[in-house]
Design a protein around this ligand. Sequence first.
Ligand code: GLU
Ligand code: ZN
Length: 294
Amino acid sequence: MLTIGRFAPSPTGSLHFGSLLAAAASYLAARQAGGRWLLRIEDLDKPREQPGATADIIRTLGEFGFCWDGEILYQSQRTAAYQQALSALASHTYPCTCSRKDLQQHAHVGEFGLIYPDTCRDQTHTDAPHAMRLRTDDEAVCFTDLIRGHYCQRLHKEVGDFVVRRADGLFAYQLAVVVDDAFQGVNQIVRGADLLDNTPRQCWLQHLLGYPQPSYAHIPLAVSENGQKLSKQNLAPALDTHKRLETLVSALHFLGQTCPEADAFGSLNAFWDFAIQQWDMSKVPRVQALSYTN
Ligand code: GLU
Ligand code: ZN
């Protein structure tokens, strides 16, 4: 079967070292398998978008030598597909009219955030503004991560019924990502470990929608010395395009791969040829996060 991988950044800022890791690991895994690698811009949440970030991400990926296959897919243009999926889920969803304050007062805080207290579970119809929640149950939802191993959650108990369409009308990341991965035929997902605990929710959606389940590999997050995640939100430095080879070599080292120093490579192409050939998922550290010093 043809391997199809992808990189799916949200345009909330420039690419930083953490996003480069996810881009590189997904790229190397797909290319080593002789597969395709797709680029999808997850620009669903317009309010959180930073103007110019999409163009900046695309340009930076090109400058680092990534070549994606086919057209870029934009989530902002996929509303009809998400609506269709929501309709297909109708017997598993219900309108939730709880305010943020209601939730703060009544929901327990679990390991993965607030657990919805089922307040609106029996509500079938309302004219008031509402989110749509997906019913979960107490069966364990499990998958085997290629890096982190067997992982299970009892969704109802540990996460609670979760939002698939927000009260402001925006579709939730969980729904959009599942619909688009299926639409694009993605069967190999390699991404940051911050999404490991979201994966059972996505597997549950795949199950209800009758979609195949892709393989998953969650790579360690790059954190600063004090344990903070490098992210656009905490203003991790944008990638320096003057030090592309050095940065790519650091990324490979971070991912546990054997790789000579940057001056051993005459060009970005030479680096990528080497990296694709040498890529070994079993060498990636099997941990949630690792500190990274520049
Ligand atoms: N758009 C998500 C992010 O930038 C990643 C989605 C995914 O890889 O599933 O965090
Ligand atoms: Zn509610």
